[in-house]
Structure formats: structure tokens, C-alpha cells
Design a protein around this ligand. Sequence first.
Ligand code: CTP
Ligand code: CA
Length: 233
Amino acid sequence: ANRPDGELPLKGLAVLVTAGPTQEPLDPVRFLTNHSTGKMGYALAEQARDLGAQVTLVSGPVALDAPYGVDVVDVTTARDMFDAVTNRFADTDITVMAAAVGDFRPVEQARDKIKKNGRSGIELELTSNPDILAWAGEHKRPDQTLCGFAMETRDLEANAAKKLNGKHCDMLVANNLRTPGAGFAADTNVVTVLTPGETADRPSIERWSKMGKDALAKRILVKLAAMRADGER
Ligand code: CTP
Ligand code: CA
């Protein structure tokens, strides 16, 4: 991955990574979340550091240790994550969004614990959260590189192509939750990597075989660095 001159491929670059799930509180004791463990995002942050970048990791609540040499910003809700990213985005060269951001949050957060009170059920009203990746796609300068992730359960390439174009990404890394070795808590992943093609409706598609999340993180970052060097981004 090192350049022929021996210089690290991300030397001198500021890399921002989002990782983990978000939590959306319902009341003081309960929240909505998802199965993300943060492994992919933490692997990206560590590999970016090892490739020479100055790394900021915006992390939802996870059980992983803060990587050494990485500036970790802990957040809880999608709106916290949005604020943390949007405040830092202008100073970032490469942004990789691996977080599993909650799409919706409860409209109201109860001040006190919600009680059963003999009720047979309750209805939850949800409202949408800001889309951080879409915001970054709208605000990025030509010198900035943006990579998103996509988790799908069907129609992987069609859904991922929509996200690549719709959120103005330079790269989108997609995986199917149901592929063996690609799940949430796994140490491996099986991904399809999309980059803008000649025309918007025809992205370039690479199908990468199963590999460890560290190796995958490195390969993603090296590809992003190569795209920048080639002026593709
Ligand atoms: N993402 C984000 N902010 C959100 C939702 C998603 O930044 N509020 C980012 C994720 O970090 C990921 C990408 O967008 O890089 C795709 O996330 P995904 O959940 O697969 O796609 P969505 O656009 O939310 O669409 P859907 O969940 O309906 O498939
Ligand atoms: Ca989503």
C-alpha cells in the first residue's frame, strides 16, 4: 500500500470516520437502536492512522476501546452525530461513513419512565433524522472525498447505486446482511464497491471476496487514496 517513494498513502490528510449505532431515547430508561458493533468503523479509523492520516472517529455507543492516536468524539443520537460531523467536515479531506445511523427517532422523549398503567399497547410516533451522508454529499468541495456504506437485505447493487448517486458519494461500500461472513458483529465482510461510472446510471462495480474487516478497511482507504492521486476525486 505504500507509495513507491516510501511515503504513506494518507500522509498529511485529515480523515473523518463515523462508526457504530446511534441511540434514540424514548424515555430515561429506553432507546431505539440497531445491531451495529462499530467494528468496521473502528477498523477504518485504525487503518487510516496506520496509513499516515490524522484521524477523527465520531462514534456512537459501542463496546470497543478508543484506538490510540485517534481523536474520538463520542455521540449518542443521530442528531449528535450530525452536529459532530457537520462541525468538522470543512477540515476533512476524506470522510468515510460506516455508522448505522437511526433513520427515525421518537417525536417525544418522555421526561419520566413510561408506565404500563394496565394498557394493552401503546403507539410510538417517529420522525426522521437528518441524513449525515447526504448532507456531506451536498456540501463537499471538489477536493474532498466521500465514501458511504450501505447495508441491504435485497437488490444490493440497485439500492447501492441509488445511494451512490443520490448522496453524491465518490465510493459506496455495500453489503448484504444475509451473506455468510457479512453480518453485523462478524470480523469479516463481503462487499460490493461502487464508484461513479461514465454515466450516472452505470456505476463501476467491483465485487470483493470475503476478507477480515482490517484488510477490508485498508483496501477501501488505499483505493480512496489512489482515486485522489488519479484525480478521479
Ligand atoms: N447515513 C447517514 N445518516 C443517516 C442515515 C444513513 O449518514 N441518517 C449513512 C450511513 O452511515 C451509510 C449510508 O448513509 O454510510 C447508507 O446508510 P443506509 O442505512 O444503508 O441507507 P439509507 O440512506 O438510510 O436508506 P435505507 O436505510 O432506507 O436503506
Ligand atoms: Ca438507514
